[in-house]
Each structure stands twice: as C-alpha cells, then as structure tokens.
Design a protein around this ligand. Structure first.
Ligand code: BGC
Length: 783
C-alpha cells in the first residue's frame, strides 16, 4: 500500500472519532514571540500581471474569468472529486476543463506504465546539470503522456535537508540552497519543456515530518486525536529564509513553474498556506510569481484567511471523499458575498490557475485522454486501464544516473573495480528482489509497504513511483553465492568464508509522514557488515539510503575494503551498481549531504517532537545547515558534502578570476528581488564574474570529476557552495578547464535591515576543489 492509501486509511479510521475538520483560523499570535523580523504580513494578495512571459495567456485567462459566475470561479479553484489525486473544477461551457494533478518527484504515481526514476537526491549526487535536465524532461514526457496536466513535482527546497533525519530529504536534491536551486531550475525547465506543468513544493520551511499535519495522527509520534494539534511551526529568521530556504523556490519561479505548493507546516506561527508574508509579500511580491499557489493536501484550515493570505487553489478541496475535511467550495461563497473576501481576489486566483495552463498551449493541445483512475483504493490492474508511455531511451538514462550518482566513499588498495575477483558472495536483503514490488501480485500488495524486504530503489510516500521492473543487484551481478536473509548468520558465515570478495548490500528506508529515528541502517545492517567482515578480508559495502548513514561502527574495519553510497537509484538499480563495481564506468557521484561521525555533530534539535498542542521548531542555526554548520564550527565530518572518490585521481591548478558581464538570459519569468546597485535594467542573475581552474586526470582510467567552488564572505560564518562543473570522461593525463559563472546573486548576501541583496564590502574568498573540505585553490574577489 503506498502512502496515500495508508493515509486515507489512517484518516478514515480517525474520522470515526471526530466529526469533520474544524475550522481553525489563523491564531492571533498574542503572546508568541515572532522571529519574523522585517516579515510584515501583506494584504491584499498582489494581483497577477502575467509577468514578462505569460502576457497573452494572462489576457486570455482574464477574458475567461470575466465570463464566469462566482460559483464557477469558486468551483475552478476548489479541488473536486475525479480520477486524479487532485482535480480542478471545470467550466465546460467556456472550454475550461478539469485538470488532472498527479504526484510525484520521481515519476508519475500511482499509475503503471511509467518509469521509476532515481530520487531527486540521487540525481543531485551526479552533480551533472545535463542529467538533471534530462531526468526532468523524461519525467515530464511520461506525465504528459499519462494525461496529467499538472505534476506535483518537484521538491525544490522543502525539505531542503535541515535535519539529516528528515523523512522526505530524498525527494529533494542537495542539502544546500545553491545546489537545490540549480537542480530546481533545470528540473522545472525540463518537465515543462516536455509539456507538463510543474508544482514547486513544499513552500516553505517544511523541514520535518513529525507533527506536519494534524491528520497524521496514527504515526508513532502522535499523541493527540486527529485535528487537534497545530502543525509544527518553522520559526525562521529573515536571513535564513532568504539565503537558504527561498533560494530553490526563487529558481523554480525563474524557470517559470506554473504552480507552487504551500506546505503543511506553519511559518513563524502562521499556517504556510495562509501566510500573507511568505505568500503575498515574498512569493507573489519579491519573487513576482505569476502562477497559482496550491495547498498541500489537507493544509487548508479555513476559508477566508487562506485565500486572503494568498492561497489560490485549495486541494483536495471538496474532493478525496472529504477525508481531509472539505474546504472552500460552498463554504467560501458566503465570505465573498459578505465582503470578507474580495471578489477580485477570487478572480485573481482563477487567473493564476488558468494562465500557466493556457500559456504552453495545454488549453489547446491537452495531454491525451486516459482512463486510469488514481483512486488509491481502486487500483486498476487491467491493461485496458493503463498504458505504457515509456520511451526506450529512458531506461538508459535512468541507468546512467544510477551509475553517475554512485558515490565511492572508501576504496583501499584498488579493491574496486573488481577485475578478476575469483569467488564473489552477495549478501543482504538489499541485494535481492522485493516480493511486494513485483507487479505480478496484483492489488495493493504491489506497492512496497514501508520497510520493504528487498532491494531499496526509492523512498516511500507520495515520492514513490511504481517500478515497471526492478533490476536487483543480485540479478545484475548474476552470481551463484548469495544469502538474502541478512540475519541468517550461520549461512552467511559459511558462504563468505569461501569467497574471495563479498559484497554486502544494506539499506535505510525513509518516507513521507515520519522522520528517521536514527541515522543507522535497517535490518541490523551494522551487525551484518561486521559479521561478514569478520569472515571475509575483502568486504565491499553498498548502501541504498535516502540520507546520511553513520558508519563509525564499521568503516575503519580493515576488512571493509570499499564502500559505495548508491542512494535511491530507481528501477535500474542493479545494472547501475554492477557497471560501477566491475569498472565499466568509474564512479563520479559526490555526496549531496554531509556524513558526520555522530548525530550530535549536526545542528541540534532539528526534529521537534515535544507532545504539545502548538509545537515550535526554532531554526536557531539560521543559515548554518549541513556543511555550512560543519565549516562554521570547524567540525571535521567523516565524509564531507561534495566528497566522492573515483577510480582515477585528479589534480587542480591555476585558479583564475575574471570579471565578465553577461546579461541574464536564462530567466523565463522576471522577478522583483531587490538588490543594491539595481539600475533599472540589470538583474540579480547577470553573470558578473567567471572563475576557471585546470583539472588534470592524474590516474590511468577515463573518469569524470566534479569541481566545486565555495565562497566565504567577509565577517560571515561558513562557506557557501556557489558553483560546480562536472568534467566528463577525462582521459588519463588530460587537463580540462572547470568554469564557474558567478551571478550577482551568487556573490551577494541578504540584508535584513535594508531588505535587499547586497555584495558585501571587502574580499570574498573563492575556493575551488574536489569537495567542501578539499579546497585546493584559493582566490579572492571584491566588487
Ligand atoms: C504530500 C504532497 C503530495 C500530496 C498529494 C501530500 O501528503 O505532502 O507532496 O503532493 O500529498 O498526494
């Protein structure tokens, strides 16, 4: 059963104990300290203008809205029952159809006939802009061909990975603002280029699953009945909001995302989906977002406050059988009639929903009509109800992302690649097939139920996608000696004793709805590794996980000769890892997060689980998340952000910094982000400096290297990733130039006093190297 199915069950059970969702308005925050310095709520919500990119579509949308009755307008922006997880209302007399909204970040879900793509975190680990774009494009094609108008994808910075335990970190990209921004831009662009509209989610500060939603009341942390506890409040200072949490959304908006999904959590003690600061002031004001803000499913708690606070589309509205409460629809009507909600606000919401749909031509060239029904309690298993929309080349793309994201953490004495290894043993449930994920067994059992029992190719929840097939590591390595039961120690010992090399596959499942309890492996993985290593002097460990794993118990064991973090690679898992193990390709992935020695090396208290009615998460570390925290406090992690070995070696030389000026030509929708030095025509996204460095392949195999650039600002703690360049297939001895184009924003900080981006006085240190701590070259730049 996948997450929506489970949560529907949860909710259905919960409804026996409660009547319907209470109408809880935004609290008046008397008595609560606000951290939102310079964060004024702003009413009314700014009206759309269409921006520079959607002028014609905007006029058409306005013309349609002018012909609608109030009832029709409210119907359009209120989710309805229908065949998809979200369905907008139709006004057929005007040619406005019901739009189909479907998850998720690693492929269309829950339908068959689609690919299971690598997780966002896995494609981030490639640090390859091309692959990130191609993955977006290939996913977009499948969404469109499955009849989806709006993909509920991608995760562009909520969560960003503030906590290493975050249950949904795998759905997003890097635990870093800039990296996530790059991936957000490319993914939105790729998907929309393929014809589907995107939803950048979850806006904003959605950094823990625990207490995310008052309907999640059957999770292990739940103490209150359904709908009693307020969602967690992410209390974020204005600097961290701009410099860290907004960055990815700014890039998604710049790339022209049609929609943004507001999150379940509160931001500074106001529901995110009713938050007139983050929505009206920032998203529609500062970021000049012209599309529609859509609620997360069940993130709406009342009618007037939410639409006045900037929400445009209420999901699932009156759909979903009402199991998430019913909001808007008829109940919004009286507020408009009595003037609490201006009709012009409703008009603007409809315009914002329709404009992106009209813009790329979906109103004229809609995705094909399909007959599948995504009601999770009613899976169609008959071929007649679904179609295979996969393209052959997508399989190769998925495999390549799996290969190029494989992150080699340890490799002693050239253990890898396996040349002529002799007898190989393959150990662990993560090497084998997963009964629950095969498509043969029909019904809900085809979806892995949480902690799955075979190889782990993706995390769970709405970020899961059904694999059309799943190549297991065992199948790809195709070896005789295997034990899948990871606690059958006698059988394991007997098998590995006669092996020349043992490959142990271990995993850690993570999913929507719940944060990770620890950073350890599932299925007693640590014991398994130690058991094998005690009996085999050449033990290779492959990890499938959706975030950092603490490795201290076993990493220095001399018999553990090689370790690969293989992330969540999707359906081609086995083929990808086999290519790397046997050296068809050299691994070139680098960690998109930091692996510490212990949980307490990371910022403290990043998952709040106090069982109180109004739980509060104070983002006291401000901008210092992940590697920024480690760098600011001089903590040496076990494996740093950006780290990853290769079968080759590289040297870095000749850093060179040159001022250039290249007017921004990548922005699709212009934004209003204020910055010092604005002259009426320049942009925060103009390239103003270029840094180059030479990278030489000093080893003897063809390999790729990800060169990284980090900036240190004067009088400001911690380093910032501000550029990366993946140099592909460098031949032995070959030298190539890594180029980092720095935009004005990349060299700026946010002033909370002046409410603008500014380039600080003094020298900004620019360092280039192979990871966040292996920074071999240093230069400086000042304005
Ligand atoms: C998730 C969203 C998802 C929605 C619809 C919510 O529980 O947080 O990411 O798009 O469900 O399935």
């Amino acid at each position: 059963m996948h997450s929506t199915a489970l949560s529907l069950l949860t909710i259905a059970l919960a409804l026996f104990t409660t009547s319907s969702r209470g109408k809880i308005s935004r609290r008046d925050d008397a008595g609560l300290t606000t951290l939102s310095d310079n964060s004024p709520q702003a009413w009314p919500a700014p009206n759309a203008t269409g921006g520079n990119a959607w002028t014609d579509a905007f006029s058409s949308a306005q013309a349609l809205v002018a012909q609608m009755t109030l009832e029709e307008k409210i119907t359009v922006i209120t989710g309805q029952s229908g065949r998809c997880v979200g369905n907008t209302g139709a006004v057929e007399r005007l040619g406005v159809h019901a739009l189909c909204l479907e998850d998720g970040p690693a492929g269309v879900r829950p339908v068959q006939g689609v690919s299971q793509f690598p997780a966002g975190q896995a494609v981030a680990a490639t640090w390859d802009r091309n692959l990130i774009y191609q993955r977006g494009y290939a996913m977009g094609q499948e969404f469109f061909d499955q009849g989806v108008n709006i993909a509920l994808s991608s995760v562009t910075g909520g969560p960003l990975g503030r906590s290493p335990r975050g249950g949904r970190n795998f759905e997003g990209f890097f635990d870093d603002a800039y990296g996530t921004g790059e991936a957000a831009y490319l993914t939105v662009k790729g998907m929309q280029d393929a014809g589907v509209l995107t939803t950048a989610k979850h806006y904003v500060g959605y950094e823990q699953e625990t207490f995310r939603n008052a309907f999640n009341n059957l999770e292990s942390y739940s103490v209150f009945p359904v709908n009693v506890q307020s969602p967690i409040s992410s209390n974020i200072d204005n600097k961290a909001l701009h410099e860290v949490y907004l960055w990815g959304f700014a890039e998604a908006v710049r790339a022209g995302t049609g929609y943004v999904m507001c999150s379940y959590n509160e931001v500074n003690q106001t529901h995110s989906c009713a938050n007139a600061y983050t929505q009206n002031n920032i998203l529609k004001g500062e970021l000049n977002f012209q599309g529609g803000i859509m609620s997360d499913w069940g993130g709406v708690w009342s009618d007037a406050e939410f639409i006045n606070g900037g929400l445009d589309i209420c999901m699932p509205g009156v759909g979903f059988g009402g199991v998430l409460g019913t909001m808007w629809g008829d109940s919004l009507f009286p507020y408009v009639e009595n003037g609490t909600v201006a009709e012009s606000r409703v008009d603007d919401a409809v315009v914002r929903l329709l404009t992106p749909w009209i813009f790329p031509g979906q109103s004229v060239n809609p995705p094909p009509a399909v007959t599948w029904n995504a009601d999770p309690t009613f899976y169609q298993t008959d071929d007649a109800y679904w179609r295979d929309v996969r393209k052959v080349e997508t399989m190769a793309l998925i495999r390549q992302i799996g290969e190029d994201s494989s992150t080699l953490l340890k490799n002693v004495n050239g253990t890898l690649p396996l040349g002529t290894p002799g007898v190989i043993a393959v150990i662990g449930s993560d090497a084998g097939s997963n009964e629950l994920s095969t498509l043969e067994g029909q019904g809900v059992a085809q979806f892995p139920l949480w902690n799955i029992n075979g190889t782990l190719s993706l995390g769970g929840g709405s970020g899961w996608a059904i694999p059309p097939y799943l190549v297991t590591p065992f199948e790809a390595i195709n070896y005789l000696y295997a034990v899948f039961n990871g606690t059958a120690y006698d059988a394991i010992n007997a098998t590995v004793e006669s092996a020349d090399v043992t490959i142990v596959f271990v995993s850690a499942f993570t999913r929507e709805g719940e944060d990770r309890a620890t950073l350890y492996l599932d299925h007693e993985g640590e014991t398994l590794i130690q058991t094998v290593a005690a009996n085999c002097s050449n033990t290779i460990v492959v990890i499938h996980a959706g975030g950092p794993i603490l490795v201290e118990e076993w990493i220095d064991n001399p018999n553990v000769t090689a370790v690969i973090a293989a992330h969540f690679p999707g359906q081609e898992s086995g083929d990808a890892i086999a290519s790397v193990l046997f050296g068809d390709v050299s691994p070139s992935g680098k960690l998109p997060y930091t692996i510490g020695h212990a949980l307490d090396e990371y910022p403290p208290d990043t998952i709040v689980d106090d069982p109180v009615l109004e739980p509060q998460a104070y983002f006291n570390e401000s901008t210092l998340i992940d590697y920024r925290w480690f760098s600011a406090y001089n903590i040496t992690p076990r494996f740093e952000f950006g780290y990853g070995l290769s079968y080759s070696t590289f040297s870095y030389s000749n850093i060179y910094v040159q001022d250039v000026y290249e007017a921004d030509n990548s922005t699709i929708q212009q934004k209003n982000e204020p910055f010092e030095g604005y002259d009426g025509s320049n942009s925060l996204y103009d390239i103003i400096t270029e840094v180059t460095a030479q990278v030489t392949n000093t080893g003897d195999v063809v390999a790729c290297e990800v060169a990284q650039l980090y900036a240190t600002f004067p009088d400001s703690p911690g380093i910032w990733l501000r550029g990366f360049d993946k140099l592909k297939t460098l031949a032995p001895g070959e030298t190539r130039t890594a180029t980092f184009s720095l935009r004005r924003k990349d060299l700026s900080l946010w002033s909370t006093e002046r409410q603008l981006w500014y380039i600080p006085d003094g020298a900004i240190q620019l360092q280039v190297g192979a990871s966040s701590t292996k920074l071999y070259l240093t230069a400086s730049w000042s304005q």
